[in-house]
Design a protein around this ligand. Structure first.
Ligand code: GLC
Length: 444
């Protein structure tokens, strides 16, 4: 049944999305991100579904224009030129690979695979939209090809856990999870890119990654280009190979959704079921630590867990891979390790108990609305309705009171209210997911 919301109830958040709309797709924010980003466009498409279903479908079609012939779905599609972002298409040097899209310039890495679950959620909102079933027929094989690429090219031990090659693939760019890998990285030959950066000139540099880290981000890209984007070579040579909890949780959730959509379309989904059987088993052994009761990323290059508590560790709830026992331990951490007291806004991106916690720095402490949205649904699924409701109310209050910001300072108090909304303003996924929080009560 259609759950379309009347346009006039949406107000300023619709303005954010309208202003960021660029003739077929939506930019995350004019100030910092002037192109189309991969997982952003999934969340944005969901928000658009509530009042502009045709735009929502376009949004997804446009990101998939960038898909590579090997199935990889790039993290940025550069539909038009813009000098206000670094690294642009030249840095990615796509002439070095035969796989890149012939239609549009893109980056050479991916982002968390959200499109499976996004189209399932959209199906529950706009399945009566003309052309919807044809759209599902069109998009299903593309999402499937992306997942197949991940399991075939990014899982060298065939354990059902795919690795990310770059911190930007995690979606949680400067998470403290990556600090040790970056500290140990040999950058003696890496180039200094501090003068090329735009992000730290457009918003307060204290809220952005450091120049030392940026040097490493670009050095990884230079390695990919030197490897001609051949994943086998990258797996041999690159210092950054990580099995990330959020990434693999999104993949499992999206696999489940592909099975649901595949059944509707009468496809054979047995391979996807096999992917998930193995993935869930491995996630609960390799990434779960019973002693501390939390999920951690695994550094495949150095063969060890990365024992830092970040909000990505809650995402297995969203993917329904936890037992009741695991869920209760996670909820315990949510209340005791991530918030100093009940006055804090949930959910900080890093536990405040970590030495690296920083309440205003990007993915090292601030609250992000997309993580909250996934966490909310995960908590409800396990019966933690009260905790889920807290997450939802905090998310709505942050946007209502401070605006559609990229991220928010979690600490309580008037002094923080002065500058609680941080990073980019008029940020698209914050607006889009607010709409889903507000207008769709169905647990997912
Ligand atoms: C930042 C975020 C990333 C997001 C991008 C565009 O880089 O860390 O997750 O996709 O901005 O909004």
């Amino acid at each position: 049944m259609s759950q379309l919301v009347k346009t006039d109830t949406i107000g300023t958040l619709k303005d954010v999305l309208d202003n960021n709309w660029r003739n077929g797709y939506t930019i995350p924010s004019a100030r910092l991100y002037p192109f189309q980003w991969n997982w952003d466009s999934g969340f944005i498409a969901l928000g658009l579904s509530y009042y502009a279903p045709e735009k929502a479908i376009d949004e997804i079609r446009f990101i998939f224009k960038g898909q590579w012939s090997n199935g990889m779905l790039p993290h940025i599609v550069f539909h038009e030129q813009n000098e206000n972002y670094f690294p642009g298409p030249d840095v990615w040097n796509l002439h070095s690979t035969p796989y890149s899209s012939k239609t549009v310039p893109t980056s050479g890495i991916t982002q968390p695979p959200v499109f499976g679950f996004i189209i399932e959620r959209m199906h529950s909102i706009i399945s009566d939209q003309p052309g919807w079933m044809e759209f599902l027929e069109e998009i299903y094989p593309k999402i499937y090809a992306f997942h197949k690429y991940l399991y075939e090219r990014r899982d060298p031990n065939k354990e059902g856990l795919v690795y990310i090659q770059h911190n930007w693939e995690s979606g949680t760019d400067n998470s403290p999870m990556w600090d040790e890998i970056f500290e140990n990285m040999d950058v003696s030959k890496a180039r200094d890119v501090s003068h090329l950066r735009k992000d730290n000139k457009n918003v307060d540099a204290a809220e952005r990654p450091t120049n030392e880290h940026y040097k490493r981000y670009i050095s990884l890209i230079d390695t990919f280009v030197a490897c001609k984007y051949d994943d086998e070579q990258i797996a041999k040579q690159s210092p950054f190979l990580v099995q990330d909890v959020l990434f693999n949780s999104m993949l499992i959730k999206s696999n489940n959704s592909l099975i649901f959509i595949g059944d509707l379309l009468k496809k054979d989904t047995s391979e996807i079921k096999q992917w998930n059987d193995l993935a869930i088993k491995s996630m609960n052994t390799k990434l779960w630590d019973e002693e501390t009761g939390f999920y951690y990323a695994y550094d495949l290059r150095n063969n060890k867990r990365i024992p830092i508590k970040v909000s990505s560790g809650f995402m297995p709830l969203f993917a329904s891979v936890c037992s009741e026992h695991q869920a209760s331990q996670l909820v315990n951490h949510l209340k005791n390790s991530f918030a100093e007291n009940a006055e804090w806004y949930l959910c900080p991106s890093c536990a405040y108990t970590e030495a690296s916690f920083n309440p205003v720095k990007y993915w090292r402490g601030p609250v992000w609305i997309n993580v909250n949205w996934m966490l909310y649904h995960g908590l409800l699924k396990y019966g933690y309705n009260e905790e889920g409701e807290l997450i939802k109310q905090d998310s709505l209050a942050l946007v209502d009171n401070f605006g559609s910001f990229e991220y928010f300072d979690p600490r309580p108090g008037i002094e923080f209210d002065q500058k609680r909304g941080i990073g980019a303003d008029l940020f698209s996924w914050t607006a889009a997911l607010y709409l889903d929080f507000k207008y769709n009560q169905q647990n997912f």
